[in-house]
Design a protein around this ligand. Structure first.
Ligand code: NAD
Length: 325
């Protein structure tokens, strides 16, 4: 499809901002509109270098605020909407689920209503591999495919499933051209320091204890954020409406091994590691089968973990002003 204008919601957050930078570099002619509420997880400083650019515009708005959302759509006439806006931290969802239901479910519905009203050519929902629940640690042969039953563990993942189901129902009932991507754990620059990798890097830099849940044996499939952005780029340009695409890094690692690697890279002692009570309902293992997006759209992750983690650590070392804010 021909694209002139893309609305990126949640573009002041981690993956959304990386996506905006990636798209600006690759498609300098596209107009990119960022709509973000600027919660604790959104940081406008990230987007500051773009603020004066002619092809970029920022709106501070809540995706649950129908009037505000419709106003932006009316003004900007987007061809594509990519929804990164979400409450995204599992621990916070266990403490206070309600905001997750509002933003992740109702907000997604408001955006899709706007897409129908203003005849947007594609609504892309950024989902997560957490919608599939977890896999046992002792069955490395098992992977999540797009057909794996939805089975969630936290209010966060349940709210993401609800949004996915709603999106598929808008495709079927209203014919809204919807695509969904379900990605594994991202790492890279501009991630808020509550998440595992930036938390460990920034605490290690300050010689503070490194709190690891349980025994640290939970396994995640890690993907460098730019590879995720490339997958979304492929899907919005060439993906089939009504389809779901798994996106993964082919890179399973135990939490404890990541923390040890960070200590090694930063030349910090492993004695900083402290084991804390496990998260309630903690998922054991996530692992993605991303063969569909490879076969249909030719996407593969490109960044090796050894390279991506070094780049990420280096970024946090050289941008203390960003994460100390
Ligand atoms: P993030 O928490 O870093 O950023 C979320 C952004 O959304 C922030 O800028 C925040 O201000 C904005 N936002 C929150 N509520 C909003 C609202 N009501 N209206 C408008 N803006 C709002 O999240 P992230 O890690 O960049 O994740 C982005 C998306 O990717 C989420 O949908 C998440 O579920 C999904 N995802 C993340 C990962 C990961 O590893 N981080 C993996 C798979 C999927």
């Amino acid at each position: 499809m021909r694209i002139k204008t893309i609305i990126v919601t949640g573009g002041a957050g981690f993956i959304g901002s990386n996506f905006i930078f990636y798209m600006k570099r690759k498609y300098p002619d596209y107009r990119i509109i960022c709509l973000d509420k600027l919660t604790y997880a959104g940081n406008l400083a990230t987007l500051q270098p773009l603020m004066e650019e002619a092809n970029f515009r920022f709106y501070k708005a809540d995706i649950c605020d129908r009037n505000a959302v419709y106003k932006v759509f009316e003004e900007e006439h987007p061809d594509v909407v990519v929804n990164f806006a979400a409450e995204s931290h599992v621990d916070r969802s266990i403490e206070s689920p309600e905001i997750f239901l509002d933003t992740n479910i109702k907000g997604t519905a408001v955006l899709m209503d706007a897409c129908i009203k203003y005849q947007v050519g594609r609504f892309h929902q950024i989902s997560t591999d957490e919608v599939y629940g977890d896999l046992p640690l002792d069955r490395p042969d098992l992977l999540f495919t797009e057909e794996t039953p939805l089975c969630t563990s936290s209010p966060y993942s349940s709210s993401k499933v609800a949004a996915d189901l709603l999106a598929m129902s808008y495709y079927r009932t209203y014919g809204l051209p919807v695509t969904i991507s379900r990605c594994s754990n991202n790492y890279g620059p501009y991630q808020f320091t509550e998440k595992l990798i930036p938390l460990m890097i920034t605490r290690a830099l300050a010689d503070q204890p490194l709190p690891v849940y349980g025994q640290g044996i939970n396994v995640r499939d890690w993907i460098y954020v730019e590879d995720h952005c490339k997958a979304v780029d492929r899907i919005i340009h060439a993906g089939t409406p009504g389809e779901i695409y798994n996106v993964g890094g082919h890179n399973e690692l135990r939490n404890i091994d990541i923390v040890r690697l960070i200590c090694k890279e930063l030349n910090k002692p492993e004695s900083l590691i402290t084991y804390v009570a496990d998260r309630k309902g903690h998922d054991l293992r996530y692992a993605i089968d991303a063969s569909k997006i490879y076969k249909e759209l030719g996407w593969l992750p490109e960044t090796k973990f050894e390279d991506g983690i070094k780049k990420t650590i280096q970024w946090y070392v050289s941008h203390p002003e960003w994460w100390r804010m």
